[in-house]
Design a protein around this ligand. Sequence first.
Ligand SMILES: Cc1cc2nc3c(=O)[nH]c(=O)nc-3n(C[C@H](O)[C@H](O)[C@H](O)COP(=O)(O)OP(=O)(O)OC[C@H]3O[C@@H](n4cnc5c(N)ncnc54)[C@H](O)[C@@H]3O)c2cc1C
Length: 390
Amino acid sequence: MDLSYTAEEEKFREELRGWLRAHIPEEWTRPGFWASLPSAESFEMRREWERDKALAGFAGIQWPTEYGGRGGTPGMKAIYDEETVRARAPQTVNPLGLTFLAPTVMAIGTDAQRKEIIGPMLRNEVIWCQGFSEPGAGSDLAALSCKGVRDGDDFVVNGQKVWTTNAVHGDKIFTLVRTEPGAERHRGISMLLIDMHQPGVEARPLKQISGASEFGEVFFTDARVPASECLGELGDGWRTAMLLLSFERGASGIAQYTEFRRQYDEIASVARALGRDRDPVVRGKLAGVLTELECLRYHAMHVLTQVEQGRDLGFEASMTKLQWSETFQDLWEVFDDVLGPDATLREPVPGLDLTAMHAQAMWSRSVTIWGGSSQVQRNIVAERVLGLPR
Ligand SMILES: Cc1cc2nc3c(=O)[nH]c(=O)nc-3n(C[C@H](O)[C@H](O)[C@H](O)COP(=O)(O)OP(=O)(O)OC[C@H]3O[C@@H](n4cnc5c(N)ncnc54)[C@H](O)[C@@H]3O)c2cc1C
């Protein structure tokens, strides 16, 4: 494991730090600032800020320069993750596009798709949604039933997607659609790139426990999409989807560690403010989760070293997802232990506003569901990494 960065990488860190310092107003970094804004306003502010960041050369850090990326190293990407979290930079508004779609388009898209999709995505001119999950298809994604029927040069799409992140802000949606009736479960599926601004597409927000509507439902009623707007081969969408999902596997966990470690300090401050830091049980729980966090850090550095050495992590990446998501949940369960009987209060003592922290605690419940639930990840580790029988 290599815990150091090169001189060139450290130079990049300084440049990025300088840009972030100059472009993040102090009030943006106050806890609860973003949650205090109407969601459409906060989305637009973040959209613009992220576009300016891309224009300044701080986006697509590891992507080839020919696609508008910076052509950087995995170490630079890790530094980018660390520094943006440290500076409390606004979170991306285009996570599905940047994490999943762009690398897939670079790998198997046509030249026209590379040109049309990647640049506008980096500049946030097009916000992308992921249309995979349906009411009857989640972990068992191959149960999907959304249908596309060929009509001339187009497909006419009918069906429903659910849990669609950014549904109400989306411009386009990469969607798994059954285009060959009667084909076997994993066949006859195509990944169609559907324009969401048309009469046959309706996005409805879903309200979460936190009050936010980060995801929603998307209904297709005779929505039209040209057959040429297919990523990968027509009918081969399952393979395209598996490639697309594999890109999450390059993530090392550095960004998560940096963010969770800061959140740990905030939880410890609340414990001090409430005098709960003198409770030996609370102290033990804080120490336990801090130990987990440090394990996550070393795991993240180990993964980063592997990626830098060009190793394909494959299914071992499920261990990273398991480790960061469960550490995150443990961290926010300690928050409840710290609050004890005050766990439901927004302001347990005058001046201590915990609204933003409660929102994080609630968000933490979701991370062992999306991106492959913990149970599914454990199945993957057991069968594909450890070679245990099914
Ligand atoms: C915040 C959030 C954002 C999301 N964003 C998107 C998005 O943008 N686009 C999108 O397409 N989807 C999105 N999803 C959906 C997500 O991918 C699914 O929720 C996930 O795949 C699980 O599917 P499900 O909810 O239908 O649960 P199910 O698959 O029904 O699972 C229910 C329970 O059964 C367990 N289970 C299922 N199968 C097995 C098995 N074989 N072995 C052991 N246990 C099993 C699961 O672990 C879970 O505990 C999002 C979800 C969340 C929470």
